[in-house]
Ligand binder design. Sequence first.
Ligand code: GLN
Length: 298
Amino acid sequence: MKNATIKEALKGASLQLKEAGIPGCGSEGVLLLAFCMKKDRVFIYAHPEEEISSEQLEHFQELVRKRVSGVPYHYIVGSKEFMGLDFKVTPEVLVPRPETEILCQTVLDYIEGRYLGPLRLLDLCCGSGVLAVTLAKRLPSCRVWAVDLCPKALKVAKENAEFHRVSKKITFLEGDLWEPLRVQEELTFHVVVSNPPYVATGELAALQREVKGHEPLLALQGGKDGLNFYRRIFGSLHNFLKPQGMTALEMGKGQMLKVKSLAASTGIFETLDVVKDYSGIERVLVALSGKNGLSKLP
Ligand code: GLN
């Protein structure tokens, strides 16, 4: 029996993905097939008549079925790009979002060209480790501490650090937010970053089927109003942030005003800056303690 060609395999898959309401169904089919054939997208487009083996076809159809059932694309292929770097992702961690790239870039913009000394940086709720690893890679003389409650997420983060060769710069700690840091005396940071769980309980039901059915709830649930973590972050930040330090946090739509007032109520910040995302949503709060924030660091 003749094997299926790329074109034939894609035709069936695109239809299934379309019927399941997967946005970008055509291109996802191409990407999944490229993944099964260990080729790139361009190869798939350029060789419609190429035959694929029956094992590859079977594998491809299985992945399409998974996608149709709502498994996010990046869990199927097991990776996601973040700030131009490739990260392993599993269902134990959130798939990194473009909004978090804005948080990461904001931190880099503040630090790069302003402060080149040895920095101590903390990533709370690190998940897959995208922030900790990217910042460790981009900031030459920094040391990073990365905390997460979930041991399986930490395992993924450690693998990502190893893959990007920054394991030696990062200390991973398992525990609930500040808790694992309390035992380490005198540990203070120039920079604290976090993309904590911030979805309000009442809003969980309205999340996309893919998100609520497959991504870890632990990484999404921020309590009744979504702000539990910000309250806890600002409740203890003064113990850990250096007098001339910076905190940068991601948050959800409509949360800025309240998070800003939580930041202000600590009394330790001179400046609070807001950064919007590509949809114009106030997404990142940058809080600087001390007159000139990081610029005055030794
Ligand atoms: N941005 C995520 C979402 O849209 C939420 C991430 C978080 O809670 N930190 O579902």
